[in-house]
Ligand binder design. Structure first.
Ligand code: GDP
Length: 302
């Protein structure tokens, strides 16, 4: 079930509620059952789903008790239930922390981390294009010395996007490249410097050590975890492992245009209490969507 299917199912469940002539416990339970089944099928963590059910129920009960005292009608009940569901879905994707926002006129260093193949290099270029289009002088640094061809890939992407880049074919120390690249762009008064780092096939201590060393060398204003939505439930464990060693302040979820169910990435937000800032929705340079919890849930519900 892809994210669009989840939306359609949630929408359908809420429609059932709109059509019900009476909103009683049976109707609310049926709605919650369908909602939870849809979320579970989309790979959202079981504990989160169960918490959502409890919270919606408690909120609805509280509001209905209050409405009853004030002589409430059925239409109000529907609104109450709909609002509780909406708010709790928003809470699922909103950890309540504000991500760092690059500002023009100062040097903002961003560092991307993640597993190999997650979409780091692609996403770094997309991000660079995003900031450059907003009038910020943006540069890319390739500190991925692990994957053969990583620098060529970044160079190709950057050239296509007309973004200045820094890297080396001979230097094998990613920390040295990251430091030199950031220093160069800093001296040239770049507003945004994006450092692309190595991945590995899975989360490994070597990778984490490297990330910590690069981070210490370039002191990023924001470290971004690039998370592939198509890995499903594994997204939660992976993001936890990264958070424990290479603390990141934002998440970008990639490959949401494919067959990804998206629920794993949603669970990663709760597990790491870290906000999603963008969604990757394709292989092209402009396939990057800004993420905000409320509009995302509104769009999901259709
Ligand atoms: P890295 O190893 O983490 O640097 O990953 P890459 O940037 O090389 O991306 C791995 C593959 O995923 C490439 O084929 C990208 O074109 C593809 N990719 C990255 N982001 C997206 C996305 O949002 N949607 C789709 N469909 N493909 C993506």
């Amino acid at each position: 079930m892809v994210l669009a299917d989840l939306g359609a199912r949630l929408h359908g469940a809420l429609n059932q509620l709109s059509r019900a002539s009476v909103v009683d416990d049976r109707v609310i339970d049926a709605l919650l059952k369908e909602l939870c089944a849809a979320l579970l099928e989309a790979d959202v963590n079981v504990k989160l789903v169960s918490q959502l059910r409890t919270k919606v129920k408690a909120k609805v009960k509280k509001s209905l008790d209050e409405a009853e005292k004030a002589g409430g009608r059925e239409a109000n009940k529907k609104n109450v239930v709909q609002k509780a569901v909406f708010d709790e879905l928003v809470a699922l994707v909103d950890p309540g922390t504000e991500p760092y926002k690059p500002v023009k006129g100062k040097t903002n260093v961003l560092m991307a981390v993640g597993i190999q193949g997650a979409g780091k290099t692609t996403t770094c270029t997309k991000l660079a294009v995003h900031y450059a289009r907003r009038g910020m002088k943006t540069g890319l640094v390739c500190a991925d010395t692990f994957r053969a061809g990583a620098f060529d890939q970044l160079k190709q992407n950057a050239t296509k996007a007309k973004i200045p880049f820094y890297g080396s074919y001979t230097e094998t120390d990613p920390v040295a490249i990251a430091s030199l690249g950031v220093e160069k762009f800093r001296k040239e008064r770049f507003d945004v410097i994006i450092v692309d780092t190595s991945g590995r096939h899975k989360q490994e201590s070597e990778l984490f050590e490297e990330m910590v060393a690069i981070s210490l060398a370039v002191s990023p204003d924001m470290t971004i975890m690039v998370l592939d939505a198509s890995i499903g439930q594994a997204a939660e464990g992976q993001s936890r492992a990264f958070k424990d060693s290479a603390d990141f302040g934002a998440i970008i979820v990639t490959k949401l245009d494919g067959h990804a169910k998206g629920g794993g990435a949603i669970s990663a937000v709760a597990a790491t209490k870290t906000p999603i800032i963008f969604l990757g929705t394709g292989e092209h340079l402009h396939d990057l969507e800004k993420f905000n919890p409320q509009p995302f849930v509104s769009k999901l519900l259709g």
